[in-house]
Design a protein around this ligand. Structure first.
Ligand SMILES: C[S@@+](CC[C@H](N)C(=O)[O-])C[C@H]1O[C@@H](n2cnc3c(N)ncnc32)[C@H](O)[C@@H]1O
Length: 204
């Protein structure tokens, strides 16, 4: 057994959980023909599970690259009986590249790690390529919903959108545009610490 598997007992739990997608090929058929959203970097699944309670007509997918977080999210989905929803252990930039075009009604990205130093650039999920993929994978009329403590990401999406003329309808706010929707775990922490947040909705 590779060292990492011996160390992390969540790997086995994730592999055998009914609500964890194991590969992309089988995943798309779960969402086809449904009103669906994906939460990129879903963490422990607080937002995903609460949003599904408010919008039971939707099928949701969480994507993250931490086994423990994937397992906790899957357990929340199971407790809620959100059985048409899934979580998957996948790299977000790869996921958006491989997702079918015009597939999702909503793409959420909330509080991605800022990685402010130049030498950490390779870790950033917010890139020009990522932005282009988000536009590609949304259905016509679909929306990209973004919340962050990182002002430069918020500005980046708006500048990139003006430059490329992708999304015709833009809502932007210093603060939370999605006040009536559930908060994420990181958002609660930032609110408690008095950290300002920025939000954006781009509609295709
Ligand atoms: C700061 S946390 C925010 C979690 C959640 N969205 C929230 O607001 O509470 C960022 C999350 O993105 C995930 N993440 C970072 N880079 C990723 C990548 N390349 N692919 C998948 N998930 C990634 C991390 O594992 C972590 O759960």
């Amino acid at each position: 057994m590779p060292f990492i598997e011996a160390r992390n007992h969540y790997i086995e739990k994730v592999k055998s959980h009914a609500l964890v997608g194991q590969d992309l090929a089988n995943l798309w058929s779960i969402y086809e023909g449904k009103t669906s959203f994906v939460d990129l970097g879903c963490g422990n699944g607080h937002f995903l599970s609460e949003y599904l309670k408010l919008h039971p007509e939707m099928a949701g997918l969480g994507v993250d690259k931490r086994f423990k977080r994937i397992f906790k999210t899957a357990e929340k989905l199971q407790r809620n009986e959100s059985l048409q929803s899934r979580v998957i252990f996948w790299d977000v930039p790869t996921f958006v590249q491989d997702s079918p075009a015009e597939f999702w009604d909503e793409v959420w990205m909330q509080f991605p790690d800022p990685w402010p130093k130049d030498r950490h650039e390779k870790h950033r999920m917010v890139t020009k390529e990522f932005f282009q993929q988000i536009y590609r994978i949304l259905k016509p009329g679909g929306r990209f919903c973004f919340r962050s403590d990182c002002r430069s990401y918020w500005e980046f999406f708006q500048i990139e959108n003006s430059r490329r003329e992708f999304f015709p309808i833009v809502l932007s706010q210093k603060g939370d545009l999605f006040e009536t929707e559930p908060k994420t775990l990181f958002q609660r922490r930032f609110l408690q610490a008095g950290v300002p947040i920025y939000s954006l909705q781009l509609r295709k």
